[in-house]
Ligand binder design. Sequence first.
Ligand code: SF4
Length: 170
Amino acid sequence: MESILISSCLLGERVRYDGKTALCEHPLIKRWQQQQRLVPICPEMSGGLPCPRPAAEILGGQGDEVLSGETQVKTRQGHDVSNHFLRGAEKALSLCQQHHINIAILKARSPSCGSSNTYNGQFQGTLVDGQGVTAALLKSSGIRLFDENQLPQVEAYLQQLESDPEAGPC
Ligand code: SF4
């Protein structure tokens, strides 16, 4: 049975920067929890950041540019927290390798977990196309990314993987 990496805030853990949760109560999440498929991680806390913590954004919004050292993740006050984000991304990847994970459900729009959009680093609520740091590392390692708004697509992909294991991750 395929395991799924999931942002731990979606399971109700109070790990967000503001000390809150982003609990997702969709029945599919409950079913996967009962099946013990879900492997939770908060990359920012795994990378050594506290909770609560200052909000941070990627300058320019591109997690792959943080991975390559071309840009940084900074708080509104200008403190560079890139190393924490990079460490958290590495820990998420190691968890995927340890559990042979091909699928991740990551919280939308986060500078770590966002898989389609992130904020642009200006702290004005402006989204750009791009991935958070963890999302970018997992994607580059062949893990298929979804967010909490794409759970039926996750279910379809799981069925595809489990009926035809040769299909593999794309
Ligand atoms: Fe949730 Fe990811 Fe942010 Fe942690 S880093 S609070 S798991 S979105």
